[in-house]
Design a protein around this ligand. Sequence first.
Ligand SMILES: Cc1ncc(COP(=O)(O)O)c(C=O)c1O
Length: 377
Amino acid sequence: MNSINRWAWAEVDLGAIKANVDVLVKKAGRAQIWATVKANGYGHGAVEVARAALSAGAGGLCVALADEAHQLRQAKILAPILIVSEQPEIAFEQMLRDEVVATLYNETTINKYSAVAERLGVVGKVHLKVDTGMHRVGVPVADAMARVEQINAIDSLQLDGIYTHFATADLPSHDATAMQQRRFDELVAELDRKKLRPKHVHTSNSAALLRNLTATTDIVRVGIAIYGIAPSNETEDVAGRLRPAMSLQARVSHVQHLAAGEGVSYGLRKKLERSANIATLPLGYADGVPRRLWSVGGEVLIGGKRCPIIGVVTMDQLMVDCGDAEIKIGDHAVLIGSQGNETISANEIANRLETIGYEIVCGIGARVPRVYVENKA
Ligand SMILES: Cc1ncc(COP(=O)(O)O)c(C=O)c1O
């Protein structure tokens, strides 16, 4: 770790990303994997993950923002990039110059986007997003055919795909996924009848792929699974072959031996019941370790053992109760990942905080250096 000026870092194993993509490519069968690398590759590093995923067989990439697509193009990544929702008009020229695949669904946005394409003298690729029940973005199913016909009538646009997004694929017992699939299938059947089916027709995210709900999709927009994290507790069993790619690590930056009765951190809300060795780690809520993690049983691995976080997590530092264990400055600590026989997963932390693993890894702050390694299985 000599190359970073900080005793805290996120190690990202690109070997794990490649191994996960390989597993998912095989699972997807005839469907392509388009790796979702929005939000800086779910905190792992968009460019590095994109390159690793493409080298392992992904056919394209998905991002949330025009600038995320631009970052990939600036890194000379030439694969198809789908931006998964409509963008502000100011971004249209950049999107068209970057030759991204735009997601569109509103009548006026389609007209405005096509006008910019016409002015630039290019043909913009479009995927129409259909809202089959999640009710976030997309054209309602009832209006989808009109939007297809609108796009098809515009010379500066090419309808390259049509898709929907599931709201409950990570909840196997929920019946909404089947309902969304049925609505989408009916629309696709109508497109087939009218001979309007575009090249790509897709529905699935990681959870849908892991649950084998991909019979009618020809792209899987797979995100969380390539990072080796199960989409939910309910899909933990089917995600078993995936390897977590990120671990969050630090070195002990200060050691204290405190007597029983002493309080620790802002508010001195936690008083020691017995004397203990307390390690300070230089990671805080500004790095994405939630302030309240101490109060929900949050732990850190030091010396291969689980040690509780004691007192509130501060902006840049947190304290850990190491009990009687001898610790010294520079000792290695793991907040997410494995040490010895112990492992703390992103989903373990998420469960404590009543959230999802996605939020934990996306939340690792920009000032935490990412260190890339390529481990073998
Ligand atoms: C439209 C769309 N497709 C695919 C994904 C990837 O989802 P997941 O990370 O669950 O695979 C997302 C992520 O939120 C998304 O918004």
